[in-house]
Write a protein that binds this ligand. Sequence first.
Ligand SMILES: [Ca+2]
Length: 131
Amino acid sequence: MMEIISIVALFINAVAAAPPLPPGVSRNTVINWDRPFHGGILGGVYYCDDIKWGKTCLYGAYELAKCHDVPNNWNDIISSFGPDKGTYCFVYEDVNCVGDSRLMQYPGSENLLRQGFNDRISSFSCGGYQE
Ligand SMILES: [Ca+2]
């Protein structure tokens, strides 16, 4: 029982410690499409090689407020990127979360051409928010 309480407390702390939403970003998101993993995992991120969640995809749950470089074989090929519900991420054109960036909030972008960021992501950093 204590373990469960500790885990819940950790989760709450993780949400509380998450960076605040940037100005102008809505906390209300509209789910207007389906994808294999909508998750709902805090820090959950789903990304694919092709637009519309095509070709090869990868899903993972990542530590918040920390920079994550994509694996080498994923560098500069990602064409769709979707944080889980309750998660937002900044994606960056260079490793170590530097360079040009875009904000991705659930459901993310199924076509990064629209954000001028197709085949450019090298790293990302995420935070959580409460609906
Ligand atoms: Ca691609």
